[in-house]
Design a protein around this ligand. Structure first.
Ligand code: 4NP
Length: 164
């Protein structure tokens, strides 16, 4: 086994709804699949409004109903150094993707992609739930759960992960 963990960064706008949800869901799915030893997962937002804030209460509640714990997370803003430090950077929507590409060097851009492109949904963006009702947060979870499982499978194949 390669001792270097694959470093994964989930990115949205505020880092209080979608990307922290993706962080906890992806970690939990990796744990269930027994791949947690191969990865490090973090999340960040392109915007600065919510730096230091806990995740949105509606996101935390919806996640808790599916047994994901977001309570320890705090928002941070994505930095140019992240483009260097992480192996994979997943954007929740096309605006996030655009902003990430704009702050990265040409030789870092291969690391950056839309998260849902790795899932089986026809949707390629995780819709911003901030101004939506509870349904919006359930949809976020559905889309992220699907993409997380598919992405784990493809990363396992690409990096040759085996279960202990
Ligand atoms: P997120 O959702 O990008 O999924 O964390 C949002 C959170 C806050 C705002 C927008 C989207 N906001 O405008 O403050």
């Amino acid at each position: 086994m390669n001792p270097e963990k694959v470093k994964i960064l989930m990115v949205c706008l505020g880092n209080i709804c979608r990307s922290p949800t993706a962080e906890v869901v992806f970690k939990e799915k990796a744990q269930l699949e027994k791949f947690q030893g191969y990865i490090e997962v973090d999340s960040a937002g392109t915007g600065s409004w919510h730096i230091g804030h806990a995740p949105d209460k509606r996101a935390t509640l919806a996640a808790s109903h599916r047994n994901y714990d977001m309570s320890a997370l705090r928002a941070r803003q994505v930095t140019p150094q992240d483009m260097e430090d992480f192996d994979y950077i997943f954007a929740m929507d096309k605006q996030n993707l655009h902003d990430l590409l704009a702050m990265s060097a040409p030789d870092q851009q291969h690391k950056i992609s839309l998260f849902l492109e790795h899932g089986s949904s026809v949707q390629i963006e995780v819709p911003d739930p901030y101004y939506s009702g509870e349904d919006g947060f359930e949809l976020v979870l559905d889309l992220i759960e699907d993409a997380s499982l598919k992405l784990l499978e493809s990363l396992a194949t690409r990096h040759g992960w085996s279960r202990p």
